[in-house]
Design a protein. Sequence first.
Lengths: 318, 552, 294
Amino acid sequence: MGRYLFHRLWQSALTLVLASIVVFVGVRALPGDPAIAMVGEEGDEAALAAVRAQLGLDQPLPVQYLKFVGNALTGELGRSTRTGIPVTQMIGATLPVTVQLAVYAMIIAVLAGMAGGVIAAVYRGRWPEWLANGFSLAALSVPTFWLGVLAIVYLAVQLGWFPASGYVSPLRDPLRAVYYLTLPAMILGVAHAAVVQRQTRSSMVDALNSDYVRTARAKGLGRAAVVFRYGLRNSLIVVTTVVGLQLGGLIAGAVVTERIFALPGVGKLTLDSVFTRDYPVLQAVVLVITASYIVINLLVDVLYTVIDPRIRVSGRST
Amino acid sequence: MVLRGAGCRPFRLIAVAVAVLLGSVPLAGCVPVQPLAAAVAHHDDLGTPVGDRPVSEGGHLVMGLSNEPDKLDPTTSTSLYTRYVMTSICEKLYDLDATGGIVPQLATGVPTISPDGLTVTFGVRTGIRFADGTPFDAAAVRTSLQRHLTFKGSARRSEMGPLTAIEAPDAEHVVLHFKQPFAPITAALADRAGMIMSPAALAAAGANFGDHPVCVGPFKFAGRVPQTSIDVVRDPLYYDAGRVHLDAITYRIMPDTVTRAANLRSGDVQVANEISPQDVDALAKDRNLHVLQSGSLGYQGVTINTGNVDGVGKPPKRIDTPLGRDPRVREAFASAIDRQTLVATVFNNWFESACSPIAPQTPYASPASNACPPYDPARSRRLLAEAGVPTPLKVAMQVTNTQDQLRYAQALQASVAEGGFDLRIVPVEYSTLLDVEIRGTFELLQLGWSGRIDPDGNTTRFLGTQASANYGGYSSPELDDLLAQASRSTDTARRAELYGRATQVLQRDNPIVYTFRLRNLTVHSTRLTGIEVYSDGVVRLARAAFVRDQEG
Amino acid sequence: MTTLAVPVDASPARTRGRALRTLLHNPAGVVGAVLLLVVVVGGVLAPLLAPYPPAEVHFTTPFQQPGTVGFAFGTDDLGRDVASRVLYGTRTSLEVGLLSVLLAVAAGVPLGLAAGYWRRLDALVSRLADLMLAFPFLVLAVGLAAINGGGLGNAAIALGIANIPTMIRVVRAETLRLADSDFVLAARSMDAGPWRILGQHILPNALSAIIVQATVIMPAAVLGEAVLSFLGLGIQPPAPSLGIMLSDAQQYLFRTLWPGVFPGIALALICLGFNLFGDALRDALDPKTVSEGR
């Protein structure tokens, strides 16, 4: 297992370096001069030149890249060209929000999804299965932003059950923080709950039909015990994989959710920085997101080895 | 296909449903057409100041702001929305009043102009302090104005005109020296160029003043969460603190119009700006909400590239397309736009059609500047035929990809089709648009301008030869002369006459085809009073207050 | 991952024939197929079925209710007929989905085959896939839109790229599984070259998994286009797409809900159709496989 882990670590590091190069080059490939975007319509040549020198845009690319990496490693990520605020401060303020939203959404997704999957597997062929599957299909057929807007209009405005927007820091007031984040997390988590539900149902059905379970039942083991001991354990492997794969989708979903619910998260920051050609912010944010994705993937793989002993032994995934 | 057993039932259900759906289509056509709402005269409601009415003291106001302000530094800021926050924390030498006139705020009176027009003197308040305790005086004013003029990266330099020197001969007076008379200076000092910053804060923070701005104001800066919100709290050192009622204001950034409207209705924000014309009617019906409206000072229009080949500010060169070289084709385009109908359909009649850069509610308007050429698609086709251009003429228009802009562009496309134009819409994002307009890589550009109090700010920089924002590369010595005369004159009536003549030139050459003018639509909760919005569209919250409960 | 029992001597064609029959007995699969048929017919025949051109503006009749004279589904904010736009929008959404799938297949299948067959290439391809997966798809889409302007092509490319990694994974898994099977070993013992093995033995057997994955990508691409349009990066106006119609309708929700209902239903039908049909297909072809991630 140690060898496998080392292998994965090395792979992740390589991916991270490649990602940083792609980000760096990609950002500079975007048309539109960031100096112009920053100074806007009211500046003149002198102002533009000053900004370009300040951003270091007048130097050759490899030099810029090395400077960027060097600075990044010491935690110096520059200042936003639009608001002048240090990038580390911006990310420090927004990343926790997105992480909270994503984690909350994932918790909802896993709980609701697994519950739905178990119901569908256990009550196979009867109406609870149809209901659970129906919900999942519906959730996968509607875009997140549409669901979010409808939720705001009906649940927040008409019924007043939830606030229509806003964010409260959990450090300041944990209960209110959860309350404000519930509706966005539900909307974000709905599609992922559907995916988890389908996977759980599928693997549980397999498990429940497999030989060793049938043997256990024949020996008199109760229904519930079978479901929980054998079925869920098997599903856990699948769910873990799914969770890992879903994270990319969560970022995309978070952008939309953050925008509709006016949440100060990293998704919105990413989008805005592309629109305003805010290079320092864009580079840093994309790198942070990519790095977290790579790290989480690594963690999922490690988790995988814990749950599925076959990997540990063979040293290969799948 | 063989289906048997239980498998049939769902299939049959679906078949029935589809049949019902298809069968109901012929039934369509039983509801009569619902006509457009008739055009309604809009009366400005700028808000009522609190005055002497009894109100609650204290309270925390939350505003839904449509766009994020840029750096909170009056010298470098270029965003309209920064002004919203600055009205609460950073007073100016002069300010706008409800009638659109200019009144002193930190200055003590209207500026005195020397007979030759080259020296401008005004007095400033004494005995007041900045939010950090530093005393306010003429020297501090001089420091700020000097920074606006000379700071590298200052966006205010061109607004201050041919200013050569700033003096503070004593603690109460400031003197400005100009190379040529410059009438718009008072209006410039009623905008960001007139915001005075604390010299102590400037000395300490330098270029990073915007991280934590300190000025004179009813409120002071408390904190900012990027992309999210800006907090300001009451300033006890303010010279008129007795008339400030709120404890704190939070500006929450909400770019979506629906989000702002939803939050107003749910009460999560108490005031929001730039309400969409689609939402206003529903919000107006809500008894807990009140709508404030005023005509904008700016305009929305289509800029045509008539000479920008090498970049903005460079000498114009000939553009060899029908639109670029032949004023008849441009006139045809202008006649093919049914401004009235567009505004009725797209904006629910909340906005007004416009045919010149001079806002009709200002003292600089005249019948000549308000005149609008009639919608005449037949004339458009005739002009195109005269110009020897094959119809339909294919043209491409770049548009910022925000929803309102795109909607209008699509309506415009349909409108000009009648007149013989095949308009292609090219949506681009804001950064690309800035690039395009500066480089001149466009044929048509849908652009708007938020508007300045002084009409010079709405004309010269966009239409003057080689001016800094003349993206179309237009050059007309006749127009240059009219605009220069108008900026040197201090007689409002004379200026109005000159701008009227300028409009006639513009409507002949059509370098910019003006299409409509927004109304500033702001909605606030009826629990609040004292919120005001003037023609510049800036929402003034500084002296607002929560209403005292009637039931004690 | 659970293993698979596939009879070694089954030809791909016979497997598919059996699958088709199983499919037709599955009610959910049939429902899915019918929905897909309705949607595809609607999209393909849009020019014939639509009463008005989709971009035709009717200034005097905006926001008409469904059932108004001349407008079966009502009109939108510019007076355009919703029914016509839904038909053309379905067509566009299907085009985007199809293009993304083709891109994912064209890039993902060869890479997946290579990764599964040659161990040395596996590391390289897996790194590439990880890299593609690590980037937020939205940033990619925004970047492409910024470079090339928005539009159908760019949306399809961004969506396609986002789905290449999963296609690679699926094909790689299938290749790994099939590379050890008897008939491949037999072919190798007869000195068949790698291309022949890949082309004649592995690819046809992997086709089922590829098709199933394609039915997974389609609804994701269609929904992805809706999100891109919401952010202003998708199909360019006045061309209709279901995503643009929904995002437009969202702006005036407080005025009227109707213009958003019909594109929403159309979108849901497309996704439901692909999901149901895809599920049934997967069950019919390989009842014991746990599907690869989305």
